[in-house]
Design a protein. Structure first.
Length: 340
């Protein structure tokens, strides 16, 4: 148990390289539908962020929202839910939907639920951001691409451009990508580059319909604080166990209570009890760590992040339980909140 009391800019040469790359893309880019549309009224629409695991979808969502909404780690399938991030800029409200990476391996109940979430997200949106690593296209990418409808505009987000050392090779790669799908536009970028994110807003805005905003101007997500607490515990779990722990581990919030400030000027108090669910006794030992040090650190790092995110004082207890085979049990997968 852990009881808690209190918790990329680019240089000029990269900008020049990106400008040069955009010049090379001029002959490849199609004229964008709605590019000349009048945007004097309010605009609002759904933008799905899709792609295989580990291409930077959650990092991109957090960047466009301007605050951490979706957890990130190097472990595949970190995102397991449809997570909505909201950003209102000028007269446009962008409702971004981060989705799990489409899983082509391990056909268990959990993965079937996650893939169903992806399919549901891409079928009813105004725009799709198809995220791939710049210069790469794998069978897993192709599987996701095959899910996209032809009647919904798709932007090819060539992410992690900062990892590409020979930019001149990107233009031929983009030519091959155009042959794979009728992309509305190509957007080479890095989700960690603020200038690239600004450019993405301008590109996305013209695809969203003129209509009233769905959310208040200052709202950032439709997910509850309880949900965010569970996700934060899971992120710390994955980051601190690395590849030791199978991705099927999950987190359940057993208690989430809020107490108002005791006196003026103090912060509200959140009391949280979380259970990490694993499939084997050996996995439980990994999570607890030597003399309980790992689970204490999971709790401490979760507390620090939640206090910043929720502007509150946080007490959190973290436990571990074994539930053998839960990821292949349809009923238990649903009871743990997946498929919602």
């Amino acid at each position: 148990m852990t009881a808690i009391q209190n918790t990329e800019p680019s240089d000029a040469s990269e900008d020049d390289a990106l400008s040069s790359l955009e010049g090379m893309l001029a002959d490849l880019k199609k004229s964008a539908p709605g590019a000349d549309a009048d945007i004097s009224g309010q605009r609002c629409g759904l933008v799905a962020i899709v792609g295989k695991p580990n291409v930077g979808k959650s990092t991109l969502l957090n960047a466009v929202v301007g605050q951490k909404i979706s957890i990130t780690s190097r472990k595949a399938q970190t995102t397991r839910h449809r997570i909505t991030g909201i950003r209102t800029r000028d007269n446009t409200q962008f409702v971004f939907v981060d989705t799990p990476g489409f899983q082509t391996h391990h056909n268990n109940a959990l993965n079937r639920s996650l893939n169903k979430t992806v399919l549901g997200a891409v079928g009813d949106v105004d725009l799709v951001l198809f995220v791939v690593e710049a210069g790469s296209f794998t069978l897993a990418d192709a599987k996701v691409l095959s899910l996209l409808k032809q009647d919904i505009p798709v932007l090819l987000i060539a992410n992690k451009l900062d990892n590409v050392h020979r930019r001149a090779e990107i233009a031929p790669w983009l030519q091959t990508m155009q042959e794979r799908h009728k992309f509305a536009e190509f957007v080479p970028m890095s989700a960690k580059n603020a200038k690239d994110v600004e450019r993405l807003f301008a590109i996305c805005a013209k695809y969203l319909p003129e209509q009233a905003w769905w959310y208040a101007e200052d709202e950032l997500t439709d997910r509850s604080e309880k949900f965010q607490a569970a996700e934060t515990v899971r992120e710390k779990l994955f980051r601190l166990t690395g590849d030791e722990l199978p991705y099927t581990s999950t987190v359940i919030i057993d208690k989430f209570e809020e107490e108002p400030p005791a006196r003026k000027g103090q912060k509200r108090l959140l009391k949280i009890a979380a259970t990490i669910v694993v499939e084997r006794d050996g996995h439980k030992a990994m999570v607890i760590g030597d003399k309980g040090e790992r689970i204490k650190r999971i709790g401490m790092e979760t507390r620090v992040e939640l206090e910043k995110l929720m502007d509150a004082k946080v007490f959190i207890e973290v436990w571990v339980k074994v539930r053998s085979g839960w990821a292949d049990d349809e009923a238990r997968v649903r009871s743990f909140g997946y498929g919602s």
